[in-house]
Design a protein around this ligand. Structure first.
Ligand SMILES: CSc1nc2ncnc(N)c2[nH]1
Length: 159
């Protein structure tokens, strides 16, 4: 029914400052053991940006200041009826100090040392463009959850 056709809206917030990005090691649940930005589902009655700010605070304990939407990534899974539409935000400034939560363990990585071997397989495709400040869109097709089977990716003039 329609629920299965509408895309599941999610956010992904990456703090990118002073040549380093703040990533979290997922301690449990989906993507456990992967390094990731901070994010989650957009709840009913919430804007996508509002959800990005809320999830960053819940998962990393910091309050976003100015943020810039840089990408929209759509993930298709062979074992899930609903594609995921992930809105990627660059967190340009924030207040507070990143802290460990039961979900995530925060860690700074220099741009040249991003641990792609412990991240979702699509990340190495779009992170370089994210770090370069490009606006981008991508469609990724996963099999058996973790295997990236195919994708389309491109830089866009606007989102
Ligand atoms: C399930 S596919 C996927 N790729 C991802 N890349 C970065 N952060 C995520 N949350 C991601 N999910």
């Amino acid at each position: 029914y329609t629920k299965d056709i509408a895309k599941k809206l999610l956010t992904l917030a990456i703090v990118n400052q002073r040549g380093q990005v703040l990533l979290g090691l997922k301690k449990r649940g989906f993507g456990e053991g992967y390094y990731n930005g901070f994010g989650g589902k957009v709840e009913v009655g919430e804007t996508i940006e509002g959800a990005a700010r809320r999830e960053l605070q819940e998962e990393a304990g910091i309050v976003a200041g100015s943020i810039l939407k840089q990408g929209v990534l759509t993930f298709h899974f062979d074992d899930k009826p609903q594609p995921w539409e992930v809105h990627v935000f660059n967190i340009l400034d924030y207040s507070g100090e990143p802290c460990e939560t039961d979900e995530m363990s925060p860690q700074w990585f220099s741009h040249g040392e991003i641990p792609f071997d412990k991240m979702w397989k699509d990340d190495e495709i779009w992170y370089p463009h994210f770090l370069a400040g490009d606006l981008f869109k991508g469609e990724f097709y996963f099999c058996n959850t973790h295997h990236l089977d195919s994708y389309n990716f491109g830089i866009v003039p606007e989102l």
